[in-house]
Design a protein around this ligand. Sequence first.
Ligand code: DC
Length: 232
Amino acid sequence: MRKIIIAVDGYSSCGKSTLAKQLAKELGHVYVDSGAMYRAVTLFSIEHNFIDRDNVKKQELIDSLDDIQISFKPNAEFGFSETFLNGKNVEKEIRQMKVATHVSKISAIKEVRKKLVSLQCKIGRNGGVVMDGRDIGSVVFPDAELKIFMTADKEIRAKRRFDELYAKGESVSMEEVKKNIEERDYLDTHREESPLVQAKDAIVLDNSNLTPQQQLEVALEWAKEKILNSEF
Ligand code: DC
């Protein structure tokens, strides 16, 4: 089967990574979580005191960008790759609220995006990749064979994210989760540098009322059609 590039973009907590992982597994493609890269840079910024309450010491972070190495290593037990920051496994830490609170500010910085987009392009240059994020179909892979734009009801998204954090033992309130999702949606869609937009040729997938299996079936149909078409 031919390897293509699938871009999965959309709002926070829409289930993008669930779908992207499912698709990658079914198609024998590699799953790449671009949000994890922005989260890793945010964790680095927290650890180096570049974030003071709500202010980011932007220039200090920019000057340190060459000291940030992000990589992914497959974890056979879980069946997906984990994120490493300068050689340390940060997969769990980058999912915490302390990172989610600041990640949109960090991802709005032009120099951060330049570095990470270049890394993303390198990872996907040979195809066979399902990458999720905010600007994958619009900026990183404008020629991706399939672009999916995901959306879901805000209340449902908040409930899903709350359940996820709760299962991981993090004590956050539903209100906090809802506020964080709203703030991130706002910042991600209003920033100057490659804001979250629906690419013209993206197909919308609203999964408010779909189970993970149902959303996979829908997206798999689209992917198979694109693969078939790209073989001629
Ligand atoms: O997908 P996620 O929630 O893990 O992403 C975390 C943040 O990173 C999100 O609020 C916006 C930012 N992001 C981005 O700006 N561009 C991407 N391609 C992926 C994520």
